[in-house]
Structure formats: C-alpha cells, structure tokens
Design a protein. Structure first.
Length: 336
C-alpha cells in the first residue's frame, strides 16, 4: 500500500477476531459495530454511507437498500461465514460488487459439533447432567437414562458436501452403516467414506441417526415437516447444524412430544435465537445450543483472516480469493 494513498473506509458489522482486523488496518479506516447484537437496519443504512468495503455476518440483511445507501464507492462485500443467504447476491452482481465468503475452514469444526450433538443425544448427556445436579443420582440403576447405541448403527446424511462427507468419515470410525442423500450422487466421495447414495424416503426409514448438512433453499425450507418426520423411525435421532429453517419447529415439537421420533439436537433454530416461550424449550428429549458449529478458536480466527483477505482484494480491485459471484469480473459495473 502506498503510504501517501488515502485509506479506504470500511464498516465491520461486529467485532471479529483481532487477527482479521489487524490485517485490514494498513489498508483501511475501520469502523466496528461493538454491540453484541447486529446493527438495526436504520443504523446499518447510516453506517454504510460512502464506505468502500463492508465486512458482515449472517445476521446482517444486506439487500439492495444497503448497497444503494453505500453508494458507488462500495467495492466489495466480505461475509464472515460460509453461507450467504442474508445477502442479495443478484443485486450485488448487477452493481458489479464482488461478494466473498469463507468456505472450507468450517468443515471440521462444524462436523465435530454435529458429532458431539449426535453423541450427546444418543447417550442423553445433557439430561444426565441435569439429573445429577438435581440430586436425583442415588445409586447405580440398571434402567437409569438408557440411551441409543452409536457403534454399528445406521446414519443418514442429508447433504453430502464437505461437512456431510466429514460426518461420514467420523461415522466410519464407529463402524456405522452410512447412507446419504443429495441432489445427485457423488461416487468418489462415497467410495472414500463408504457411504451409499439413496432416496430421502429410504434414508429416513432406515436411519437411526439423521444429520442435516444441506443448503437452505426454497426446496429445503421446512424439508423436515410433519410428513417427513413421520417417515423416520420412532427411535431415531435428528441432528441439525445447517440452517434452522430446514426444520419446521412446530412439526418438530409435535414429533418429539408424541414419540414420532425419539430425540433431536439443534445448533440452529427458526427463528434464531429461539424465543424463550418456545414450547421446544419444555422438552427433555431435545438439545439446543446457540449456533456454535464453527466456534473453535482456530476456525473463527481463520475465518477472520479469510474475510480480511477477500475485503482487501476487493478494495485493491483484485479478484477475491473466495468469490461467490465471479461473474462480476466479466461484466461492466452498472448502477441502477
């Protein structure tokens, strides 16, 4: 960076790990939203005026109004996440604004969390902790808190991308039968993990554990509803670390309350965070954690570095290392 060149203006919608911010500092004057909650829409529209770069989170709705408020100076939008359903990608593309994300870095951390939820639900770990703290543990009991066996069971993986494949590798270590469903088979990944492609209906009918790793889309919205949950075994356990909107919360409550399925464990909910008056919170056979799939120090730090790298490249007019809409580089920039 030329020391005589004015710094770019950047708005960061939440404080991210310092490793990312320090990487940006030589290039930009940074304003960080310090509140724990995302900036309200009116404040976001004010903060983005005249900025050159925006670094945002999944909780920030970045639509055409935000881009218009930023004005023609906006050169890049960098998402501190893998997913990007909070960003109007088509509006960004029409304006010639590249959008970056942080793929790959979350795979193992999210798969680790999904596996931890699977194990915790199977062996009723959270219930057992509450049982102990409540003073109910009087002696060893042959029927106390019986759970499900993991080794040798059948796991069904819905969505066989990076995280789904990482789950299959973990399941293989437990000698599980591995079924997967996706839009199309992936023979190479299946061969590497020992997974078998099948229809969603057959996966639901055969699996002892069903774990969700698919994208949120019109097709996957409420994919797990009354009808699909009834296709699962009454002893089955459902794990969701993908997006909350993939599971209909009312249908899940009915399924867990009425014994349609045995247990569920969620890292994501609809809405998010879950309302404190949600009936789901009254269920003993449900674990809910606050969207911590990527919450390892190493993963979150690498996310910050990748988000910074995307932002800096966009500010400098270079191609983003991880660009969601690379077509912006082959079309003229047009403002509405």
């Amino acid at each position: 960076m030329n020391p005589n060149q004015p710094l770019f203006k950047v708005f960061v919608t939440r404080r991210i790990p310092e490793v990312g911010l320090k990487r940006i500092e030589p290039y930009a004057q940074i304003e960080v939203w310090e509140d724990e909650l995302p900036p309200p829409k009116d404040i976001l529209l004010e903060k983005v005026r005249g900025i050159d770069g925006l670094l945002c989170l999944l909780t920030d709705p970045i639509d055409a109004a935000v881009m218009d408020a930023a004005g023609p100076s906006l050169k890049v939008i960098s998402q501190y996440a893998v997913g990007y359903d909070n960003i109007d990608i088509s509006s960004a593309t029409r304006r010639g604004i590249p959008v970056g994300n942080t793929p790959g870095v979350l795979t193992d951390a999210t798969a680790d969390l999904a596996w931890a939820l699977l194990m915790a639900a199977a062996r009723r770990i959270v219930e057992a902790d509450r049982y102990t703290r409540a003073g109910k543990w009087k002696t060893w009991g042959p029927q106390t808190l019986l759970g499900a066996s993991v080794a040798g069971a059948t796991i069904g993986i819905v969505g066989f991308g990076r995280i789904g494949q990482a789950m299959a590798k973990r399941a293989r270590g437990f000698d599980m039968r591995i079924l997967y469903h996706d839009l199309r088979p992936n023979p190479q990944a299946a061969a590497e993990t020992g997974a078998q492609f099948t229809s969603l209906d057959l996966l639901l009918a055969k699996s002892d554990f069903v774990t969700i790793h698919t994208w949120l889309s019109e097709e996957s919205h409420h994919l797990f509803n009354d009808e699909t949950l009834r296709k699962m075994k009454p002893t089955a356990i459902l794990i969701n670390t993908a997006r909350g909107q993939i599971v209909d919360p009312d249908a899940l409550y009915r399924a867990l309350k009425n014994g349609v399925i045995a247990y569920a464990a969620l890292d994501v909910t609809e809405p998010e965070p879950i309302p404190m008056d949600s009936p789901l919170l009254q269920l003993e056979n449900l674990i809910i954690v606050p969207h911590i799939g990527s919450a390892s120090v190493a993963s979150r730090s690498r996310m910050a570095e990748m988000a910074a790298e995307n932002l800096i490249a966009g500010l400098k007019g270079e191609e983003l290392p991880n660009c969601i809409n690379p077509q912006v580089y082959s079309r003229p920039k047009a403002r509405p």
